[in-house]
Design a protein around this ligand. Structure first.
Ligand SMILES: *Cc1c(COP(=O)(O)O)cnc(C)c1O
Length: 384
């Protein structure tokens, strides 16, 4: 499948028709174990489902094909994937450099779950090459990049970070959740590993949790696979199947998410009620040129800073109707969130704190005229 283009791979990789019945969609292998042909006689390597399941394998094949990777591993959630990666590759005394605008759960995992086990984390503004070089130590193993970042849509130049990391003996992990492989493929830019919350754009329908690690080559596969097997935060067969089904429409969905978000960003940029529009598709965004170089579109996420301050931002988030007030992102339906009390509540008062006048939009694929009308009525309502 790797010779085919992205949209074709998204539909066909890992999806061979059932050889017995010809069912065009491979069945959901809802089983916990596999019968052996004599002791140790595993059919196609399947034994017990914590170690491997055919529906999960199909998703892992699909994920690797989408990112141009050599292999992928699928987990019960994005954070389970991150945890398996970090514990598989790090040992006590190791050091991680983390971008200063990352998913709050990633920050919490490193600083509260893994720190007591001897993993040290330094927060760095990854757009500042000198700051990264200054933070690098002999024991730095990983530079963790999220671009576009959450929720301020900062853009980090992946190839530039890779150069600095590799020169310093570290590897680069990119959390590619916001862009999705439809818009950005970090392994092709030199990154060593990609992680996803497949809960978001890959699943795409707000109906399943999941996560993945995608490998650029074989160097890091075995230790992470061992974590998956030994700890067991695997994706269940039905969850893997739902994610596979979502991925098949990723290319068309993301095109529409991006088109709608661009229209909303341009509308918001002309409104005095918003002092800042955070969207990399705007020429005024500081990361616009880098984004245009390393992405094939600007995505469906944008944030807005309300000129009137935190009270107005909170009220705005509670006044939309088509945009539903909820955590998460990347589904076909539009969502609005107030990061400082929702997704980023865990980083309040830290270096990662989000300005309190910011709302975050996950722009869905509804008719954009309805979305803009909804934002307009919310502005009218909070002005009263
Ligand atoms: C949601 C999210 C995660 C965590 O994934 P879960 O599936 O919720 O565990 C990690 N990174 C980013 C950027 C996310 O948006």
């Amino acid at each position: 499948m790797s010779e085919h283009s992205f949209a074709t791979r998204a539909i066909h990789a890992g999806q061979t028709a059932d050889p017995r019945t010809g069912a065009i969609i491979p069945p959901i292998y809802q089983a916990s174990t596999h019968v052996q042909d004599g002791i140790g006689g595993f059919r196609e390597g399947y034994e017990y489902n914590r170690a491997g399941n055919p529906t999960r394998s199909a998703l892992e094949t699909q994920l690797a094909a989408l990112e141009g990777g050599s292999a992928a591993l699928s987990f019960a959630s994005g954070l389970a994937a991150e945890d398996a990666l970090l514990r598989g590759l790090l040992k006590p005394g190791d050091h991680v450099i983390l971008g200063n605008d990352v998913y709050g759960g990633t920050y919490r995992l490193l600083t509260t779950v893994l720190a007591p086990w001897g993993i040290e984390t330094t927060i760095v503004a990854l757009e500042d090459a000198d700051a990264i070089r200054a933070a690098l130590r002999p024991e730095t193993r990983i530079i963790w990049v999220e671009t576009p970042s959450n929720p301020l849509l900062k853009i980090v130049d992946i190839a530039a970070i890779v150069e600095i990391a590799h020169a310093g003996g570290a590897i680069v992990v990119v959390d590619n959740t916001f862009a999705s492989p439809a818009l950005q493929q970090p392994l092709g830019l030199g990154a060593d590993l990609v992680v996803h919350s497949t809960t978001k754009y890959l699943g795409g329908h707000s109906d399943v949790l999941g996560g993945a690690v995608v490998f650029g080559d074989d160097r890091f596969y075995e230790p992470v696979k061992f974590q998956q097997f030994a700890v067991g935060a695997v994706s269940a067969p039905l969850d893997a199947w739902l994610t596979t089904r979502g991925i098949k429409t990723l290319a068309v969905r993301v095109r529409q998410h991006s088109e709608n978000a661009q229209a909303i960003a341009e509308w918001a940029a002309g409104r005095a009620e918003f002092e800042t529009v955070y969207y990399p598709g705007l020429a005024t965004h500081p990361g616009h040129e880098t984004a245009a170089r390393q992405m094939t579109g600007f995505g469906g996420m944008l944030s807005l800073a309300l000129t009137a301050g935190p009270g107005a931002a909170r009220a705005f988030a509670e006044s939309t109707e088509v945009f539903q007030l909820a955590e998460s992102l990347g589904g076909v339906e539009s969502l609005i969130g107030y990061p400082s009390e929702m997704t980023h509540a865990s980083v309040r008062g830290t270096a990662l704190a989000v300005p309190e006048n910011v709302v975050r939009l996950s722009v869905g694929i509804e008719d954009v005229r309805d979305l803009i009308a909804d934002l307009e009525q919310a502005l009218t309502r909070i002005a009263r």
